[in-house]
Design a binder for this molecule. Sequence first.
Ligand code: CP
Ligand code: NVA
Length: 310
Amino acid sequence: MLRHFLRDDDLSPAEQTEVLDLADELKKDPLGHRALAGPQSVAVIFEKNSTRTRLSFEAGIAQLGGHPITVDGRNMQLGREETIEDTSRVLSRYVAAVVWRTFAQARIEAMASISAVPVINALTDDFHPCQVLADLQTIRERHGTLAGLTMTFLGDGANNMAHSLMLGGVTAGMHVRIAAPKGFDSNASVVADARRRAEQTGGSVTLSDDPGSAAEGANVLVTDTWSSMGQENDGKDRVGPFRPYQIDGALLARADSDAIVLHCLPAHRGWEITDEVIDGPASVVWDEAENRLHAQKALLCWLLAEERRR
Ligand code: CP
Ligand code: NVA
């Protein structure tokens, strides 16, 4: 079966480990795998802004011997009347894989449903699975393991990072705590899927609106913007209810003494995270950003190898 990576649980626990192991290997030997030699091209399409995802995919595809074709989706015929399905049929004739940052998850599912090549989610409203692969690689580097660790996300429980950390975290056997203000609850069907996956791996999902108790003893604290791309004018107060969820020195002090702090970036300093924390010794955000490169290269190699095995 052609494999896509549209959400974190598209990889089984064993497959996730394979990708993370390969990411570690590629980090040590960046030019050691030439999965896109030829060069084969990869379409990298953005309907929302990006710094890390764009740069890390472009650099990574080049390091794999391939050629990235980066396109602003808003300038494609997709941005006018051409359907996602017709676009997908055409892209499959040109490229070895499609990487897409878009809005609704249904859009990337429609792309994948027709595609003859792997489709990779570079962020949708609901999930950001490439980011969480890099996050897991970073956590494993620092803590030496993933299974059994407690990871607390503080912020908008309904955003792409919360959902992906939940699915990706339990796939790795982690205990994932989501602390979000009332009214910003995680999608119930994602929570149910994560809990089903957790039954296989020994992980768990805990939801709460109490940032202090959610942070208590955690090995990893994670936060993200309170207002994701596309939510700027959604009419909700995205500041007041979130203030108690800011990761500051006091909240960090409630976590385990070896706790690390992640943020996918871009950070809104003074809002979801203080300067003291993001610039402090517990912060691993720059390694986390670097690992986007290694994790995504590993994912591309893995998906293309799966395709060859078909
Ligand atoms: N973390 C992340 O996806 O960053 P960009 O929006 O800059 O790609
Ligand atoms: N939740 C954020 C992540 C940015 C990388 C957003 O969707 O804007």
